[in-house]
Ligand binder design. Structure first.
Ligand code: NDP
Length: 453
């Protein structure tokens, strides 16, 4: 066995890389991590964490609006200060960066600053120094991708949007995925005139159709301006802001444009192309069930491999990878079915399992239980917010194969329901569960009559 500097050399200190490094080190492996940007990767720095903090900030507007029905009167109209939110967010993220550093240090992982380049199956160069390792883990994540159009240079991506110097009073987001609906909602809630431009007929492609339609109604109700079946043709910068010309002939004047048009693997300069590491057709790194690339000593996980781009997936892959490569265990392949997810648009979406459309394709007969209602909280407010809940059941086995919610704290509610769906529980099990009253979530165990088959 050749003598290497490390047993595992991780490239990228994002959620997946850090978890793999710490977990491998806990088995006694000698581990190093190279990172050229910030500890914690996209999720901690320019993704999930700051996004959720900004989403909380945006929800206050609704709360202020709801308050007077409950007897509260605000002495004057509340005002919002962007710099306070932004700087408090930065302070919190700096704290998390330090925690990540301490976690690596206390696990005995060597942290190396700089962009790594893979030289061969066992050697990596960082800032002029060459390190050798039995295994190299590519956990470099993704990077925002923006399509070509005149004025593309005036767009921002999710890398910059959190740290704007000035608050955009008029905001436009291009795209119809997670980031687009979340930021359209966030800036709308913070007080911007907020536009979402999407090329398709309805955003959130792949989600349950009814969830998408309900979300559209509720986002419009809250004031987000949705422009579907159009795209950005060009952006011109003028004295009064950005003039965005759309392919449908419409022109919008805004202060900031966010391109939320997907992400690509962050492979530039990494050297994998020179080594001939196999890629998938979408440019992501091909990895097998043991997270090995076409060069078996080079491993890969997380967003760079093109699976669901979700932090908990990268974490699960990291722990599975360590079981595969740094223990005597031979674990079964990771199970990617029934991964619950939340979209933090306003209202939130929580979902697990199949959409109604997917279930109709997969099963001979299904039952759909569906309800939408005015949450109790809004019986005293003037809000017109409603909540949608939906269960999809395979008629033959009675197994609940999908659960969907659009409404307050949908992610929190669906996380619990996800355990039942993952466990393959039946509608009879849901019916046998006595609800918690008064909650909205109790509807998930009280819907008795199928809405349709
Ligand atoms: P998504 O892949 O979710 O969405 C990209 C959007 O951009 C789609 O609506 C797509 O349209 C559109 N698009 C793609 N190419 C073009 C083009 N040339 N012109 C116009 N529109 C285009 O990417 P996001 O950037 O929103 O997010 C990246 C990933 O990050 C997500 O997939 C998700 O996995 C993860 N994420 C998760 C979050 C969460 O868990 N809450 C939050 C934020 C991100 P079309 O649908 O027609 O292809």
């Amino acid at each position: 066995m050749p003598d290497f500097d490390y047993d595992l050399f991780v490239i990228g200190a994002g959620s997946g890389g850090v978890r793999a490094a710490r977990t491998a080190a806990a088995t006694g492996a000698r581990v190093a991590v190279a990172e050229d940007r910030y500890l914690g990767g996209t999720c901690v720095n320019v993704g999930c964490v700051p996004k959720k903090l900004y989403s909380y900030a945006a929800h206050f507007q609704e709360a202020f609006g709801d308050a007077d029905g409950f007897g509260w009167s605000l002495p004057e109209a509340p005002t919002f200060d962007w710099a306070t939110l932004r700087d408090n967010k930065t302070r919190e993220i700096n704290r998390l960066n330090e925690i990540y550093g301490r976690l690596l240090e206390s696990a005995g992982v060597t942290l190396i600053e700089g962009r790594a380049k893979v030289l061969d199956p066992h050697r990596v160069e960082v800032a002029g120094t060459v390190h050798s390792a039995a295994k190299i883990l590519v956990a470099v994540g993704g990077w925002p991708w923006v399509p070509e159009f005149p004025g593309r240079e005036h767009t921002l991506t999710s890398n910059e949007i959190f740290d704007l110097d000035t608050f955009p009073k008029r905001f436009l987001v291009l795209g119809g995925g997670y980031i687009a609906v979340e930021f359209a909602s966030i800036f709308n809630g913070l007080g911007s005139e907020s536009h979402l431009v999407y090329r398709g007929e309805l955003f959130l492609r792949g989600f349950d159709r009814e969830v998408r339609e309900f979300t559209r109604e509720q986002m419009e109700e809250r004031g987000v301006r949705l422009h579907f079946e159009t795209n950005i043709e060009s952006i011109e910068k003028g004295e009064s802001g950005l003039t965005v010309s759309l392919t449908n002939g419409e022109t919008l004047e805004v202060d900031a444009v966010l391109a939320a048009t997907g992400r690509k693997p962050h492979l530039q300069g990494l050297g994998l192309d020179t080594l001939g590491v196999e890629l998938n057709s979408d440019g992501t790194v091909h990895a097998n069930e043991r997270h090995e690339t076409s060069i078996p000593s080079i491993l890969a996980l997380g967003d760079v491999t093109g699976g669901p781009e979700l932090t908990p997936v990268a974490l699960a892959e990291a722990m599975h990878l360590v079981r595969c490569h740094f223990s005597d265990d031979t674990p079964p392949p990771l199970d990617y079915s029934h991964i619950a997810t939340a979209v933090f648009c306003h209202p939130n979406i929580g979902t697990v399992g199949l959409s109604e459309e997917q279930a109709r394709e997969r099963y001979a007969a299904i039952r759909v239980y569906r309800t939408d209602f005015k949450p109790m909280k809004h019986s005293l407010s003037n809000s017109r917010a409603r909540c949608l809940m939906k269960l999809i059941v395979d008629d033959e086995s009675d197994v609940v194969v999908g659960a969907h919610m659009v409404g307050d704290e949908a992610g929190e509610v669906i996380q619990g329901i996800a355990i039942a769906v993952k466990a393959g529980l039946t509608k009879a099990d849901f019916d046998a569960t006595i609800g918690i009253h008064p909650t909205g979530a109790e509807e998930f165990v009280t819907m008795r009559t199928p809405t349709r088959r």
